[in-house]
Design a binder for this molecule. Sequence first.
Ligand SMILES: NC(=O)c1ccc[n+]([C@@H]2O[C@H](COP(=O)([O-])OP(=O)(O)OC[C@H]3O[C@@H](n4cnc5c(N)ncnc54)[C@H](OP(=O)(O)O)[C@@H]3O)[C@@H](O)[C@H]2O)c1
Length: 326
Amino acid sequence: MRVFVTGASGAIGTRLVPQLIDRGHEVIGTSTSARSAERVRQLGAKPVVLDLLDPQAVRKAVLAAAPDAIVHEATALADASFGRNFDRTFAVTNRLRTEGTDALIAAAREAGVSRFVAQSFASYRHAREGDPIKTEDDPLGPAPSASMRESWAAMDYLDKAVTDAGGIVLRYGVFYGAANDGLVEPVRKRQYPIVGDGGGMVSWMHLDDGAAATVLALEHEGPAIYNIVDDEPAPVREWLPVLAEALGAKPPRRFPRWLARLFAGEGLVVLGTEARGVSNAKAKRELGWEPRYPTWRQGFRAVYASGASTDERGPQQAARTAQSPT
Ligand SMILES: NC(=O)c1ccc[n+]([C@@H]2O[C@H](COP(=O)([O-])OP(=O)(O)OC[C@H]3O[C@@H](n4cnc5c(N)ncnc54)[C@H](OP(=O)(O)O)[C@@H]3O)[C@@H](O)[C@H]2O)c1
């Protein structure tokens, strides 16, 4: 297949492009600058510089590429720092998820592209009641705070737009697997505490596993939504000490809710104490996907303790990037 990958130079895109090529696909990969286009070229794809927020440019690029499939992996989180105003941090990413998705779907229709797979997000989004682990059929919840409303709405928008168009939505877990993963620096510096009882669940995903699931999703018919997460959704109080240990950091601090609310705001407190995790059973069953890193317990050690990351973008970005719900 000829596969048009947006965000080919990003965290997931750089893992996906080589796996697509290994599987025998031809890849056209987009990025926003000549520098990242060079990275895309080195990965073996045909690079295209494209701003997804320019619908005319999107139309032109898709028609010129004449792909069989589109994979939408663009976000704008490289320089993100997560303060109280979450929606401000996610403003461009939200537009990529709404306007960018619309432009790609319109171009796909015009170019007769029948397969469309898009990045969405699994952790934190479900209704914060009942079972701690949710499936794709369980209801999503409201944003945890007013400052997160636009970001939650953008994820909901993407899920609906893509499935309405017959495509596949991949709700990825929280990314890890690169030296500059957003949580590395805050955990090293003990800036990421266990809040309250630390009962908020997180579902993790190693980047290589996410890329492998994406390759498999391309071979399936939509519409569908899949959670692409590891086998062990876990509360913060369990995974955070393990991550700190893998990084050689001191154990995390513990903050009562009121204190964390003061520093980080209500939204992050709710996520750290009440969020639900998700199940990957449907992706395993229908895509035949098996994560190489079935649990973060093994994955954190493999990536961080050995310094075995394959990310090449350097540690300077880590200082500016913090992991968060995406
Ligand atoms: N599920 C998750 O946990 C999750 C999801 C996404 C990101 N993150 C984290 O966020 C951090 C940054 O992610 P990242 O390294 O993938 O970088 P990023 O800045 O989010 O960029 C991702 C891709 O989107 C492209 N892009 C950005 N703006 C665009 C636009 N207007 N039009 C078209 N394409 C655009 C980028 O191109 P350029 O390279 O040219 O900028 C890049 O190829 C990483 O730590 C990552 O792990 C986590």
